[in-house]
Design a binder for this molecule. Structure first.
Ligand SMILES: O=C(O)CC1=CCC(=O)O1
Length: 92
């Protein structure tokens, strides 16, 4: 099952720069593991925003929820998920 997720990041003002850097490092590690195993099929930066669009390829809604809620920066992200179906005009 394919899902498009938009993630908007907003760190609280009281978080130190060191904590933000540490979070970003943990996020990168987790994100790259998901990319290695194919569940995070692609991730794109939204130009000019601290946000991304990501395509997930997973078995179920429950699996996607588990993945999203395990992102280290999950408490600091607003996430909007759109389920994707095959377009009838697609050649792939
Ligand atoms: O867009 C970001 O930087 C936050 C994020 C979520 C998953 C990821 O790899 O980065």
């Amino acid at each position: 099952m394919l899902f498009l997720a938009r993630m908007d990041v907003q760190f609280p003002a009281h978080l130190s720069a060191e904590d933000v850097t540490r979070m970003q490092g943990l996020e990168k590690e987790y994100s790259q593991a998901l990319q290695q195993d194919g569940r995070l099929a692609s991730i794109w930066r939204v130009v000019g925003e601290y946000a991304n669009y990501s395509v997930f390829d997973v078995e179920s809604n429950d699996e996607l929820h588990q993945i999203l809620s395990s992102f280290p920066m999950y408490p600091f992200m607003k996430i909007k998920v759109t389920p994707l179906a095959k377009h009838p005009n697609s050649i792939r």
